[in-house]
Design a protein around this ligand. Structure first.
Ligand SMILES: CC(C)(COP(=O)(O)OP(=O)(O)OC[C@H]1O[C@@H](n2cnc3c(N)ncnc32)[C@H](O)[C@@H]1OP(=O)(O)O)[C@@H](O)C(=O)NCCC(=O)NCCS
Length: 156
């Protein structure tokens, strides 16, 4: 059964190794163990995973403030992609945004990351800006994408 796990200082030891494996397989400049521990201990940061049984298929991390959520990490294990796990995690984040009355969500994505951009657009994110040559490992642009939840959506 697919379920959401909210990773916190009490339960992180059950998931951190799996998160690090997904991270290394997903990014050219992966976060370190220390970077994840910092997020786990940051009260403004939310690290969530999607799991089947005890096995983690993917994770996302976002910062939540009064008026905005910033998505800072989304990764699905390469063997588990195209099965809806990315969509599942993003949908849970948007639901959190709605339930907390936070009106804006934004993120940065590499210009070349078509699968991620496609997924974000499918959920209603729109490109709103660009940071030229933002990613130092490849000199690639970051596209800023954002979604504003309307009053109607916030009332759901
Ligand atoms: C980007 C990423 C997170 C997407 O995760 P994912 O779990 O593969 O995404 P999803 O499965 O939810 O959606 C991807 C596609 O699968 C399709 N899909 C969704 N549910 C599905 C299902 N049950 N069965 C088959 N396909 C499905 C979606 O329709 C989508 O296809 P589309 O092109 O038609 O929209 C993943 O590719 C990844 O980890 N990439 C490396 C890290 C990365 O780039 N992260 C983003 C940084 S900004």
């Amino acid at each position: 059964m697919t379920s959401l796990v909210k990773i916190n200082p009490e339960n992180y030891h059950l998931y951190l190794e799996q998160i690090l494996e997904i991270e290394i397989l997903s990014f050219s400049s992966p976060w370190s163990r220390y970077a994840f521990l910092e997020e786990i201990n940051n009260p403004s940061s939310y690290l969530w995973g999607v799991k089947e049984g005890k096995v983690l298929s993917g994770n996302l991390c976002f910062w939540m403030f009064d008026r905005e959520i910033q998505l800072i990490k989304l990764a699905v294990h390469p063997e588990k992609r195209n099965k809806g796990f990315g969509l599942y995690l993003l949908t849970k984040m948007i639901e959190e945004c709605i339930s907390k009355g936070v009106p804006n969500i934004w993120l940065e994505v590499r210009r070349s990351n078509l699968s991620a951009k496609h997924l974000y657009e499918r959920l209603g994110f729109e490109p709103v800006g660009c940071r030229p040559r933002y990613y130092k490992d490849s000199n690639e642009d970051a596209i800023i994408m954002a979604m504003t939840l309307t009053e109607m959506k916030l009332a759901v």
